[in-house]
Structures are given as structure tokens and as C-alpha cells.
Design a protein around this ligand. Sequence first.
Ligand code: PMP
Length: 448
Amino acid sequence: MTDAPSYLFYQSRNPRPFLDRGEGIYLFDEAGKRYIDGSSGAMVSNIGHSNPRVLAKIKAQMDKATFGYRLHFRTHPSEDLAAKTVAMTPEGLDRVFFVSGGSEAVESALKLARQYALTQGQGSRSKVISRFPSYHGCTLGALDLTGYDPLRAPFDPMMKGMPSIPAPATYLDRDNLSEEARGLKYAEMLRDKIIEEGPETVLAFLMEPVGGASTGALVAPDSYYGRIREICDEFSVLLIYDEVMTGAGRTGKFLAAEHWGITPDIVALSKGFGAGYAPLGAIVAGARLVEPVLDAGGFLHGFTYAGNPLACSAGLAVLEEMEDQGLIENAAKMGEVLMARLRGLMARYPFIGDVRGKGLLTAFEFVSDRETMEPLPPSLEAHARLVELAYERGLIIYSRRTRGGTAGDHFLLAPPLIITEAQIDEMMTLLCAALDAFAAETGLHVEG
Ligand code: PMP
């Protein structure tokens, strides 16, 4: 820590200690305290910190050229990363466009969708339907599709106001439907919305296949995914998957879409794609969409840093590391272990009402009553308090205070994909200590 004034600001003033270094799943502050990076930062550091093989590859590129503007040169790192990305994604996704982050990826997907529609003589299509709650980014286009009122409210007058449907928060539903029927119920909401808006005006549907910060690792019933694809096809509405958080192996497949055999029309990637080694993101789309846009004069979109060789060499090294070390398979395996451990916590902590996730994108949610799924009183500030108690003990977790459109405290555990079973146990010991401390200070009951 330092008492020197900080001229820097983000969302708010930053009381955290200075970061010194990272090593695997661990981060160390300048006082030498060690933290388990239980959320990979913001679900970013998928291959862990300071991987020497990746650093060596980035260094090799640095020694050659750090920047070459894409209109002046082709570069091997960008071409090779595009080829690798196509090889790792399902068939039909074979064109890549690079950006530097998640919001940029979402914006790019929207603009590609729009330009594609224009090439098809469908200029009336401009509405993009998204879900509530959801998170798609902080730039105005992506924010307009983000279902999270506190972030939107000040900027509402500056946005178009796109339509949305509820995200399938089925764990809060008290209907008597089967899982399958419930998934279909939520999918039909898209069909109804498209008809309500006028199919000829609807350009695309945007969704996170597994919810991230907004819903806390919300997974829909299996029936949801296929039916959404069918509905989009029925009305020629493009299906955009925001895999900024779920992509790059996080859920135990390269894309979460693969769990359900879905091929979206456009996929947005970032976070784990550069894994914290470079600001990097991409959209991946079918040639079916991209080629007509290029034929019609080109994609009217592009960021200065897009496809720079330094970031792309980092992305390429990250994907090679994932493949060479079997990290996607490890995410699937360790995801099962972590989910089992989290479910085990429900016996001791009655205020954990739900545990969910896919691969190493997992979450648990607090309730005051498991029957009614009533959240804890907001006055407890549980989402912030548990994070602090864990941080004090050397465990970083990620939380948000929102659920199914209402208030509620959920916590994401999403460690680097390199994590071992022993390290999961280490993480759980710290988490239990934090949960015990939280129960002690709030008077919440813990089973002996
Ligand atoms: N989409 C999703 C699903 C995300 O989780 C995020 C970041 N939390 C974004 C988009 C925006 O990414 P970025 O912060 O890199 O702009």
C-alpha cells in the first residue's frame, strides 16, 4: 500500500493493495500476501498467470515488431491466430475479425449483422433482441442490449432502447413444468417478441449461452438452446452468442455453444481469448455472412489496434497452451469437482440457495429461505461483504447483486483452467472460512 495520492480513477476510488506478481493460479501483492485468483480476475486469466512458455512467445514477437497497421501489412500472428480460432470453433464459423475487448466484440457483431442484412436487401431489420438480466458491455451499443438497470439508467436517453425478453432464471420458477417444458417456455418468449416487434424489423437475437456477471452462471434447460436456434431460423433472425466470458474453454468446451451442438451466426470472444496476456477479442462468423459484406464494399468498422501482431501473438500462444496442456479438458473435469464441492456446502450453509454453472464457470447464490428463494435482506450487503471476507483470507471471488431481474446476492467462482483438485480444496478451505465469518457477523445459521 502507499499513501501517495492516486491520479487514476476507474468506477470509484481504489482501496486495493498494489499487485506485485502472478504465478499460476496465484497473485501476490507488494506486501508479499498471496491470493488465489478464484475468479481469474474478471473471468479472464484462463491459462493462469505468468506462464513462461507464453511469455517467451510474446517476447519473440516483441523482438520482431510490436505493431504493423493492418492496412499496411498482413502479419503472421494475426493470420495464424485467425486460422487457429477457426480450427477450434465449430464448422460454419470460418471468418475472424479482431478487436481489443468484449464490448468491442459485441459492437462488431452488431454492425456485421446489420451490414449483412443490407446486402440481403433487408434494410428494415435493425432491432436486436437481448435478455434481461444480461451483460454485454459498457459502450453505448452494447449497453443498449445489457439488461441491468443501474448501469443503463443514466444513459437511457442516449440509447435507442432495444427490446428484451427474460433470461431463463428457471431456478426461481415455481411452476409445475418439467425442465424441458420450462426451457421451451422461455424460448417461446423470443418467438412472441419477434412477432410483437414485426419479424421484418428484427435483425438479431443476442444471448450469453451461460450467464456471466449478470445472472451468475445461469444455465438454461437443454431444450432452450435448440429451440432458440429454430426460432431464429424461422424468422431469418441472426443468432449472436456473446461468449466473451464463456468462450476460450471456460465451460469445458472451446465455445459453450458446443455443449448443445449449436452453431450461432456470430460469436463474440474476449476475456479468456487473450487470457490477460494482451487486450484481445474477436468475432467469429460464417463466410456466408462475411463474404457478401466484403463483396458489397467492405465492413465499415475497425479499431486501430485490431489485429496488431503483439496481441495476436499472445492470443496464439494462449490457444496453443490450452491445446498442448489439455486445459479445456481440465476445465471440464475440474468443473465437475468444483460443482460437487459447492453443492456440498449447501449442507452446512442453509443460506446458500442455489449452486449452478458449467465447467469452471460456477456460482452460488444466497437466500434467506430455500423454499421461497427470498434473497437475504439488502442491508446485509452480502455480495460485497463476502468478497471482502474472502479477500482478507487470500481468496478472490467475484460477486454481483442482481438475479432474475430482482435483487439477490450471487458469487462467481471461476479459477484459471489450470487448477488442480488439491488447489480446489485449498480454495474451498478459504471460502468456508469466509462463509463462517459471514455467518458469525450476520447471525445466520450454520449447520454443525
Ligand atoms: N460480454 C460479456 C458476456 C461480458 O461478461 C463482458 C465483460 N464482463 C463484456 C461483454 C464486455 O467486455 P469488456 O469489459 O472487455 O468490454
